[in-house]
Write a protein that binds this ligand. Structure first.
Ligand SMILES: [Zn+2]
Length: 379
């Protein structure tokens, strides 16, 4: 107890001195000034005080960051999910954190260690100030002096770029990656669990640009814009869009936190939680997984491909598609070459409302649009 009080008094005294006069006091002040009154009194004389020697060996320059777990982890028994640093920290921060935590708590401060590579210049060279090829993250985020040459990209863009590069090895993009992206959004969760941020980004890019933007958004346009407000056809795709937005926003939130939070705050419907970061991780609803649905969509897509291949470069709206199958073979429609497609130029006129070639005259809406205008679902 006496020892610990002495130690506490001495440490408190030195902390005050450093706060007032800077850390040089350790080297410039005589020992009598480095010790607090209580310790000096106990030492009895100035000669006894000389028995105390301020240590001047460098213990570890990473010691302060190596003990950061004390402040970062709220609970003394807690462990961090991950410590992430460059490979140079294997003998540095990872090591000093492990040693200090094991010494004080008999347990590692982290469950996982992720070691990333170094950032190289555009030409693949090591960045160095003397070579003048250093990219300053602060300039990427806030922009340089000349905002035309070096515009401000914001923190999310930098985070996306870092996450996009494979943290462990070279980035490889090929058919395997794209094919795997199709299979399941659960793969995003798996990739996060394995700290494969580059894979997360490839999966999300494939989902957003191919599955959503170029496929789903294009096939729902007509029912979203032209069907009646309360028509189940329109409501169902609004539900699907809300679900897709929820999954996309929450799955990119760890990489683009600012953008995700902004989108979340503007969602026009009731949300769980006041922040995207309080909603928990998404669990895909099993209701959406219907057996045979993927095969049916793929079969429809190959049908569409045959149609598009028959009229290269033409306006598809001006053509009609007939699918010919043999009687009794309806279920085999999912299999290729069990049907034929016939493509003909339409004889109908362009509907002034929905712009589909389904009207009898270019001056009057098509039968579907007339029904919508009459308010079939409002009655
Ligand atoms: Zn119409």
């Amino acid at each position: 107890m006496v020892f610990s009080r002495k130690l506490r008094d001495t440490a408190g005294h030195i902390v005050r001195l450093v706060e007032q006069h800077g850390s040089d006091i350790w080297w410039t002040y005589p020992i009598e000034e480095l010790l607090p009154e209580s310790v000096l009194k106990q030492a009895g004389s100035s000669a006894s005080a000389q028995e105390f020697v301020p240590g001047r060996d460098v213990l570890d320059i990473w010691f302060d960051s190596g003990t950061s777990w004390v402040h970062v982890l709220e609970d003394a028994q807690q462990r961090a999910d991950v410590y992430m640093e460059g490979k140079d920290q294997l003998g540095g921060w990872f090591q000093s954190s492990l040693l200090t935590s094991v010494a004080c708590r008999n347990k590692a401060p982290y469950r996982n260690v992720v070691v990333h590579g170094f950032t190289l210049s555009e030409k693949g060279e090591k960045m160095s100030k003397s070579a003048g090829n250093v990219v300053d993250p602060d300039v990427v985020i806030n922009g340089g002096k000349d905002k035309v040459k070096e515009p401000a990209y914001g923190a999310d863009v930098l985070r996306w770029w870092v996450a996009e590069s494979n943290v462990f090895t070279e980035v490889m993009i090929g058919p395997t990656v794209l094919n795997s992206a199709r299979e399941d959004i659960n793969k995003v969760t798996e990739a996060y669990k394995n700290y494969e941020f580059g894979k997360v980004i490839r999966l999300l890019e494939a989902l957003v640009t191919r599955d959503l933007s170029s496929f789903y958004f294009s096939i729902i346009k007509d029912r979203l814009y032209c069907e009646e407000e309360r028509d189940p056809k329109r409501r169902s795709c609004q539900t699907a869009l809300a679900e897709a937005l929820d999954i996309v926003v929450r799955s990119f939130a760890p990489i683009l936190p600012h953008l995700a939070e902004e989108v979340f705050q503007y969602l026009p419907y009731k949300k769980e939680g006041d922040s995207v970061f309080r909603t928990g991780w998404f669990v895909p609803n099993s209701v959406w997984k219907k057996p045979g649905l993927v095969e049916a969509v793929e079969a429809t897509c190959s049908m569409r491909d045959l149609f598009l291949g028959a009229i290269p470069g033409k306006n598809t709206a001006e053509y009609e598609l007939s699918v010919v199958i043999e009687p009794g073979l309806l279920f085999e429609i999912l299999e290729e070459e069990s049907y034929q497609v016939i493509v003909q130029k339409t004889t109908k006129e362009r509907c002034p409302r929905c712009r589909k070639y389904t009207a009898e005259s270019a001056l009057a809406p098509c039968p579907r649009c007339l029904e919508v205008i009459a308010g079939k679902w409002s009655q």
